[in-house]
Design a protein around this ligand. Structure first.
Ligand SMILES: [Zn+2]
Length: 431
């Protein structure tokens, strides 16, 4: 189980505590539940917070899911972890829908509207809304976690590989060796350079090996300019031949071209970097190669939250992850503001959504529903509620959506805050 976050009576963050200790505090009446997700308790006394703040918040931003881990650098304990699912795709779809709806206006006989396609300026640093929402999700969670636990530093995976090291690698020849940090950086670089596909058959769906264009047995060097990625079949078929002899002169030519810097730049991550810098906390950055190296050396499986825990050079040598279950969080948005909904063909023909509040429950709240045996829906459900004006609502649980649960069977667990939550699965103990 993850540790329990603690705030004192004045809502100042204290060090997270073991769940057993938190249970004792709760049962003796010394604390109360402050938040359900992430589980936070509030003490009934004022406690001076420890100085300096001891935890490091580590972030591995992804396009669909961002891994988050809170790590105690001195003890190596991962205190809390989460996987944050973004809604970039949903934002894109909604905007396309709005665009289609507005565009169809010119076919309809509405009032005259002057053309206004050319009267907007984009401000400096503008990002598409789908990317902006990912950054906003991460910043929201950095700010929230700072309120509930003492965070003294941040770590962010910023780039896939060390660009400076790679420039050296192409020019002066840093040599590839598997199992070393530089080896992992080189592998990430090669993945980027060869587009994550086999340089010979173009396969993307199988493991790729680092392959020597002029083979090692014929004294081909370990320099990056002599390396490509190949699937096992192609690597075996090529054998002792060079790429040219294997009838792939273009691979041989491409290998000599260093990867342009621009290809390695990720706009979203840099924007996130600049906004995290503005928070004023010490910010460490790491490469994807370093993350993978840290994780592989510690024998940890690939998950978003473990990647986050392994970001950067500060990663403690023994990383204690036993029993930590990441909190699954999904950005959901906060209900529809559409004033006129459309039919399946995109034609505006419906009134805005009916009320999103019934009996004190609001769409997005986490609830626990106990439906009695007399009902066809008998059972206990925990999930996010979608309000229907009739009172018979939908519950989105971890296994799917259940329809027609009446609000009278529901108890509030957690008020909607733009995210849906589910507790993850704990890792098996470390070998
Ligand atoms: Zn292949």
């Amino acid at each position: 189980m993850s540790f329990v976050l603690v705030v004192d009576a004045e809502q100042r963050p204290l060090s997270p505590t073991h769940p057993g200790h938190a249970r004792k505090l709760l049962s003796r009446g010394k604390a109360a539940v402050w938040r359900r997700y992430p589980f936070t308790i509030i003490l009934k006394t004022v406690v001076p917070p420890a100085q300096p703040a001891s935890l490091r918040l580590k972030i591995d931003p992804g396009s669909k899911t961002t891994g988050i881990a809170l790590v105690n650098d001195t003890t190596g304990q991962v205190v809390w972890a989460a996987e944050l699912a973004h809604r970039g795709q949903q934002v894109t779809e909604r905007l396309a829908q709005r665009r289609a709806c507005r565009r169809s206006r010119c076919q309809r006989h509405t009032r005259y509207r002057p053309a206004r396609f050319d009267n907007r300026r984009r401000r400096e640093g503008w990002l598409p809304p789908s990317l902006e929402s990912r950054i906003a999700n991460v910043l929201t969670w950095v700010e929230r976690l700072r309120r509930w636990c003492p965070i003294g530093a941040l770590s962010l995976e910023l780039v896939k590989f060390d660009t400076q090291l790679m420039q050296d690698a192409e020019i002066s020849g840093v040599e590839y060796q598997h199992g070393e940090l530089a080896g992992y950086e080189v592998k990430e670089y090669l993945l980027e350079k060869w587009g994550r596909r086999c340089a010979y058959c173009g396969a993307t769906d199988r493991p790729l090996q680092v392959e020597h264009i002029a083979p090692q047995v014929r004294h081909g060097s370990d320099r990056v300019s002599n390396l490509a990625l190949a699937c096992r079949d192609c690597n075996d078929a090529k054998g002792k031949r060079t790429a040219e002899e294997f009838w792939y002169p273009q691979t041989q030519a491409q290998a000599r071209q260093p990867l342009r810097d621009a290809a390695a730049v990720n706009v979203t991550r840099w924007a996130l970097y600049h906004r995290l810098m503005a928070l004023g906390l010490p910010l460490e950055t790491g490469t994807g190669g370093r993350t993978k190296w840290n994780r592989t050396r510690r024998g940890l499986p690939k998950t978003h939250w473990l990647d986050a825990a392994c970001v950067g050079a500060s990663t403690p040598e023994p990383l204690r992850v036993h029993g930590i279950a990441p909190l699954a969080m999904r950005a959901t948005g906060r209900h529809s503001r559409q004033m006129c909904r459309t039919n399946a063909a995109g034609f505006p023909d419906k009134a805005p959504k009916a009320t999103s509040v019934v009996d004190g429950f609001r769409t997005g709240d986490m609830v626990r529903a106990v439906v009695p045996a007399t009902s066809t829906k008998a059972g206990v459900y925990v999930g996010q509620i979608a309000i229907r004006a009739t009172g018979f609502c939908n519950l989105t649980t971890t296994t799917g959506t259940v329809q027609g649960i009446h609000v009278r069977y529901c108890q509030p667990l957690h008020r909607g805050d733009g995210y849906a939550y589910a507790t993850g699965v704990a890792l098996p103990p470390q070998a």
